[in-house]
Ligand binder design. Structure first.
Ligand code: ADP
Ligand code: NI
Length: 221
């Protein structure tokens, strides 16, 4: 019986993986399949240390971008598709509700973002945020900026920590500015103890990177 339940969960996860892979394999906005795979792996790592429900964490990580407005012309239709998929997946109703709640809270837009209610939500949000910092995070910033045709750096662009979401999405922003708008703040937003530890290492790597960047920029190194 226990074996059967485990086997069922494995099958749901591999179905979710196949669906996400198919849908995201053609994306170039930084929400590609490899982002999902990294978030899943990091979520697994944090979940085992924090003793969270691995199945819920992994399923939410796999599906967390499926209804994202950046990936869907019609996010409401994508949300309905996500719900239908989950309810037909074989996961229990409690698991489906939990996964949907995690995804909805993660992608909440606007000022006062609600905090994650459950440990599993905290784990998956930490894993997603961790993918925006460190060596991988640095790569994603430049990939995103390049795709938008924005410059790497402009010393005359004032670093602003208080840009609105709209300014921040459309602005005459540089890749380097994005570190100050967002990336350097993420380590203080971690939910879990282990997530915070991982974030600390990645944060220090970004600070080292920026320091070297400015020295090279000035011809001093
Ligand atoms: P999410 O939906 O995961 O919160 P975003 O769409 O904000 O992520 O960002 C996806 C990736 O693109 C992240 O790695 C992020 O750092 C990068 N990115 C987002 N906005 C900018 C920007 N204005 N300049 C450079 N990179 C950005
Ligand atoms: Ni993500």
């Amino acid at each position: 019986m226990k074996e059967q339940a485990l086997e069922g969960k494995r099958r749901i996860l591999s179905d979710a993986e196949a669906w996400a892979k198919e849908k995201l394999s053609r994306d170039s906005s930084g929400h590609d399949w490899w982002h999902i795979e990294r978030v899943v792996r990091t979520a697994r790592t944090i979940a085992s240390v924090e003793q969270a429900d691995l199945f819920v964490c992994e399923l939410a990580a796999l599906l967390h971008d499926m209804a994202d407005e950046k990936l869907n012309e019609d996010p409401a239709a994508a949300q309905r598709e996500l719900e239908a998929w989950l309810y037909g997946s074989g996961a229990s109703e409690a698991e489906v509700r939990h996964v949907l709640e995690i995804i909805a809270t993660m992608s909440f837009k606007g000022g006062a973002r609600p905090p994650m209610r459950t440990l599993e939500g905290k784990v998956v949000q930490d894993a997603d945020r961790l993918d925006a910092i460190g060596a991988v995070g640095i790569s994603r910033v430049f990939a995103f900026s390049g795709a938008k045709g924005r410059p790497i750096h402009d010393p005359s662009v004032q670093v602003r920590l208080t840009m609105t979401e709209a300014e921040y999405r459309s602005g005459n922003d540089t890749a380097i500015n994005h570190f100050y708008e967002k990336l350097l703040m993420l380590k203080d937003l971690m939910n879990t103890e282990y997530g915070r530890r991982l974030a600390q290492g990645r944060h220090e790597f970004m600070e080292t990177y920026l320091q070297q960047f400015y020295e090279e920029w000035k011809g001093e190194r």
